[in-house]
Design a protein around this ligand. Structure first.
Ligand SMILES: [Zn+2]
Length: 308
């Protein structure tokens, strides 16, 4: 699933390419992906893209409607927002020459397995455009078309942006003290810190030399500061590495740039120990025992549950 760095790069790409363009077509292919009905997606047509921005892992394309009074173009107040979350198998595919073949709306999944199926297509007046696609059979791609992004509850309840100056070590300390939980869970909790998911939380905890299961209230101020610094370092490097890349390259950039996430069995880039994995029902985490747990091997959660 794309996380903050990839979404930030996609947003910059989209802002750069689409701002000022007029929407000539907006077609929903996967009816279940569209979570709102008012305004209708057809209200995008004739509108001018005012810009793109990010909220956590959400992308927000602002479009000033064609019916806006003269002089109101670019004003954020009257803009409509196409807000979407790419979920696990979702992606944005940019085309300089978007297909003009009619899009057939469907109710069912379709395109199961690894082949991505079209969910939404937007075309611009210069022939360019983008497809929102989703691979896999469990459809989770969420597209909202709203007057205000805050109408989307998951956006309204987002926590602090981790690359924002407002995210200080004190703020992190407050979040860690608020509820005693595994630090990995806190980092992934969108209502506490926005934009970090399973992949970057693994790498942040590796950079902070911290066990993913360490309870947040057991951290010393120095350890909190180390996690805080690791958040900025890991996300900052990933944003720098991915920005300016075309959308199509971002997924591979993420894969090749990770320290421990998705690298089970490979050597830790810091100490050379083997990267280990803890499996859960629907996901897994990776860590280095030497760097993060004082050499202790963490129990596999699936197995240990079976053994009880
Ligand atoms: Zn290591």
């Amino acid at each position: 699933m794309p996380e903050l760095p990839e979404v930030e790069a996609l947003v910059r790409f989209l802002d750069d390419r689409a701002t000022g363009r007029t929407v000539v077509a907006a077609d929903v292919a996967q009816i279940a992906a569209l979570k709102t009905f008012d305004p209708p997606v057809t209200a995008l047509v004739g509108g001018t893209v005012a810009g793109a921005r990010r909220h956590g892992k959400w992308l927000d394309l602002a479009v000033s409607p064609s019916t806006a009074p003269p002089g109101a173009h670019g004003a954020a107040d009257d803009a409509l927002h196409l807000v979407f979350h790419l979920a696990r198998g979702g992606w944005l595919r940019w085309s300089e020459k978007a297909p003009t073949t009619p899009v057939r709306p469907r109710l069912g999944g379709g395109g199961g397995g690894k082949i991505a199926s079209l969910a939404l297509r937007v075309r611009f007046d210069d022939g360019s455009g983008f497809d929102l696609t989703e691979a896999g059979t469990r459809k989770r791609l969420a597209v909202h078309f709203v007057r205000d992004p805050a109408e989307v509850r998951a956006i309204e309840t987002l926590g602090v942006e981790p690359l924002d100056p407002a995210f200080t070590p004190e703020v992190l300390a407050g979040l860690m003290a608020a509820r005693n939980q595994q630090v990995k869970g806190l980092l992934r909790d969108q209502s506490s810190i926005a934009g970090i998911g399973n992949a970057y939380s693994d790498d942040i905890l590796h950079a902070a030399r911290t066990s993913p299961f360490k309870l947040t209230r057991s951290f010393t101020p120095d350890e909190v500061a180390r996690v805080h610094a690791a958040v900025g370092e890991v996300l900052g490097e990933a944003v720098a590495a991915s920005s300016g890349r075309p959308a199509a390259e971002l997924k591979d950039a993420k894969r090749s740039g990770m320290r421990v996430h998705g690298r089970t069995g490979k050597p830790c880039p810091v100490c050379g120990d083997t990267v280990r994995e803890v499996s859960f029902a629907d996901r897994s985490l990776q860590y280095c025992a030497t760097c993060q747990t004082g050499g202790q091997v963490l129990a596999d959660r699936r197995l240990s549950r079976l053994l009880k």
